[in-house]
Design a binder for this molecule. Structure first.
Ligand SMILES: Cn1ncc2cc([C@H](O)c3cccc(CNC(=O)c4cc(-c5ccc(F)cc5)cc(O)c4O)c3)ccc21
Ligand SMILES: [Mg+2]
Length: 214
């Protein structure tokens, strides 16, 4: 049987990036996905917006929903302060196994905890299992119809505090209309749309940044 797209992405990292150099891992993936084989990483254009929001928030504890191959885990973890942590949730074992290797190749395994399972099952366990009081930053990039239920779950589990920043990928393409409706018409959130393009294409997409007001 042949290789998978995630496996080919890992090969491209091992071939073209420098071990322990997150920037080279990011570039190797972006170059592979732009010139060889498209993949659903947040990508370089939206990645710059992710970087700027992260630098502004400077989170101590960050959560990512939807690891895929670990591209955004590397983008996030490389910008975290020394004692800060990223927890990333992935339910697909084939994705998780590749993501662990890409995160390790970047040398960021000590800052990233990849948890295998579904967000709906794992979010309620965050406090007890990982000693999380609340998250300062959440990156939503998993199934788009899970953005609203998981945001509500984070609220109900007391995992959001005044000032927590939610950043959601793909609010235009593939789209998360219910999520936009939820955060834009909810007095407990201050939302702003960052226009960009779908990774490695000219198609319109963007990120929605929503600050939880408590
Ligand atoms: C419950 N739970 N808990 C953890 C968890 C983790 C996962 C997986 O990581 C996973 C698997 C498959 C799909 C996604 C969502 N991502 C997308 O669907 C997407 C699509 C496109 C696009 C755009 C245009 C196209 F033409 C085709 C695809 C561009 C993008 O950036 C995307 O993020 C996420 C799933 C559910 C999970
Ligand atoms: Mg995405």
């Amino acid at each position: 049987t042949g290789s998978s797209r995630p496996q080919r992405m890992l090969k491209a990292v091992q071939k073209n990036a420098t071990k322990g150099d997150p920037k080279s891992v990011i570039s190797a993936i972006d170059s592979y996905c732009r010139h060889k084989e498209w993949a659903m990483n947040v990508g370089d254009d939206k990645g710059l917006i992710l970087d700027s929001v992260l630098t502004e928030v400077n989170p101590s504890t960050a959560l990512e929903l939807g690891t895929y191959c670990g591209y955004s885990s590397v983008r996030i973890a490389r910008l975290l302060s020394p004692d800060s942590k990223l927890i990333t949730i992935e339910f697909n074992p084939a994705f998780a196994i590749i993501a662990r290797q890409i995160i390790a190749y970047a040398g960021l395994q000590d800052k990233v905890t990849l948890v295998e399972g579904a967000s709906g099952d794992l979010i309620p366990k965050m406090k007890e299992q990982f000693g999380i009081k609340s998250f300062d930053f959440v990156f939503l990039d998993h199934w788009k119809d899970r953005y609203v239920p998981d945001t509500k779950l984070l609220e109900d589990c007391g995992l959001l505090k005044k000032g927590t920043v939610l950043l959601a990928d793909n609010v235009i393409c593939p789209g998360a209309p219910e999520y936009l409706q939820y955060v834009r018409n909810n007095p407990r959130y201050e939302s702003r749309y960052y226009p960009s393009n779908l990774e490695y294409t000219k198609v319109e997409d963007g990120l929605e940044k929503s600050v939880f007001l408590g």
